[in-house]
Ligand binder design. Sequence first.
Ligand SMILES: Nc1ncnc2c1ncn2[C@@H]1O[C@H](COP(=O)(O)OP(=O)(O)OP(=O)(O)O)[C@@H](O)[C@H]1O
Length: 237
Amino acid sequence: MIEVNGLHHQFLIGKRGAERRVPVLHDIDLAIEQGEIVAIVGRSGSGKSTLLHILSGYLRPTSGELRVLGQDVTKFDEGAWSRFRLERYGFMFQSFQLIPTMTAFENVELPLTLKGVAPERRRKRAYELMDRFGIADCAGHYPGELSGGQQQRVSVARALALDPPLVMADEPTGSLDSENEANLLALIRELNRERGTTFVMITHDEQVARIAHRRLLLQDGRLQPHRKEAPMIHEVF
Ligand SMILES: Nc1ncnc2c1ncn2[C@@H]1O[C@H](COP(=O)(O)OP(=O)(O)OP(=O)(O)O)[C@@H](O)[C@H]1O
């Protein structure tokens, strides 16, 4: 599903002509299989978000190979990445990232609209998802009028609108209470089991890491060798 070979990344900071290189990821090799739930863990600043951004095409690595679903995505330009992301990726964020000027329904419908799905099918799919997540009553409400748990469900429904094979999640339960966290984790396991959806999640949360099949530990931008007994999250901070 995802293959990474010899990946390095460094940021350039400072004024033009006096830039400084900040190496962040070093020699990352990684293979994620279809149907895996993988948790990326590590201290703050270890490079987790940088890695997730590279795996999602938001950031071009300084060097190295990246293949996603058999395609050499390092060759993609921005347009090719946008199309690929729309069809193959779903995203879950701690801050939900809903569009405040769109209703809950329009937010869920957005990926379908961007893909050019016909209006009738779009409506049907968006209502089906909103029903499934118990937010059909919120369809006409704006994100600012919804509770945190409702916003989270709208954002998850949007992430799944096109039934992506791959979901990238950045602290997906970070702003949820324990009940909503448990609901989301149950949903992730269900999608993984029933549809074979692959999840790559950054997390600081032991409950989230616990549902992962595998933990990837980043330390100072290096992926640590897999230990049979994966470290508990509290060992990592
Ligand atoms: N755009 C950027 N320009 C320069 N340096 C950056 C940039 N983005 C991140 N960094 C640096 O890269 C390093 C890794 O950052 P990253 O956000 O990937 O870490 P993280 O493990 O996700 O941290 P956290 O758990 O705090 O979110 C940090 O030292 C950070 O300051």
